[in-house]
Design a protein around this ligand. Structure first.
Ligand SMILES: [Zn+2]
Ligand SMILES: [Zn+2]
Length: 256
């Protein structure tokens, strides 16, 4: 199984700054931020599933355009997985015929271009080739999950957007084959109040979070704000710690 970073920035601006999206093999997206827009039409056509961590725009921006682009060229609906709360937000505020058409009833409800699939925290989706994706509890300003992506080669956890969360730490610590942990750090410590009120992490909170992780995954930092990325990474490095987090970048590929 391969997991490729299509977008991992907290903002936009040039080819290096794309918002959150991970491509699992050729057919699964985890979040669908602006990085999805870099895929060619043939690559977009192969995407069968999108697992959404939460409904914020930087994580879902390309879903409406993707389904509109590939819908009539596909034999099966594109399936958007998320918690009932997240899917309700997408239906009410995006696919509401005002911002965008309701593609779950286009061309008709029996054979739609888009299908919503509810997935509660703790539940797993079984995909082809022995791959599974499980929703883990995250803590953000809107209902949010992290995802554990697993195959015979091990597990990768992607935090989505979250602040410090004991249930998430417990869920991560219960994974015996964790190889990669991708975790957000949106703000530098100077903006800790903002990190707390917007329920993100900053380096000091990240250090507390990582101190509680009992296994030895490779740790990767995502969702840095472009204007503060260098300063935030310096702070993360200065905290030291056992796990030596590194920043991820577009095009990075994890092989499990
Ligand atoms: Zn968010
Ligand atoms: Zn975000």
């Amino acid at each position: 199984m391969k997991v490729r970073v299509l977008g991992c920035s907290g903002g936009i601006g040039g080819r290096d700054q794309r918002t959150t999206a991970l491509l699992v093999d050729q057919d699964v997206l985890i979040d669908a931020g602006t990085g999805v827009g870099d895929l060619e039409f043939d690559e977009l056509l192969r995407i069968d599933h999108i697992f959404v961590t939460h409904a914020h725009l930087d994580h879902i921006a390309m879903i409406p355009l993707l389904v509109d682009t590939v819908g009539d060229a596909r034999a099966m609906p594109l399936v958007v997985h998320g918690t009932p709360e997240t899917l309700r937000i997408l239906r009410s505020h995006i696919f509401n015929w005002l911002i965008w058409p309701d593609f779950s009833s286009i061309p008709d409800r029996q054979n739609p271009f888009l299908r919503f699939q509810e997935m509660r925290v703790g539940e797993s989706a079984r995909l082809s080739d022995g791959r599974t994706i499980r929703a883990l509890p995250a803590l953000h300003t809107v209902p949010a999950v992290a995802y554990q992506v697993s195959c015979a080669g091990g597990s990768l956890v992607f935090s989505g957007d979250t602040t410090y969360s004991e249930p998430l730490i417990a869920a991560i610590n219960a994974i015996p084959d964790l190889r990669h942990l991708i975790v957000e750090t949106a703000f530098p410590d100077a903006l800790q109040d903002l990190a707390l009120s917007s329920r993100h992490l900053c380096p000091s909170l990240l250090a507390l979070f990582l101190d509680r992780i009992v296994s030895n995954p490779e740790v990767w930092i995502t969702h840095l704000k472009p204007s503060r990325a260098a300063a935030t990474l310096e702070e993360i490095t200065s905290y030291g710690g056992r796990l030596s987090p590194r920043a991820i970048h577009n095009g990075l590929e994890f092989v499990l």
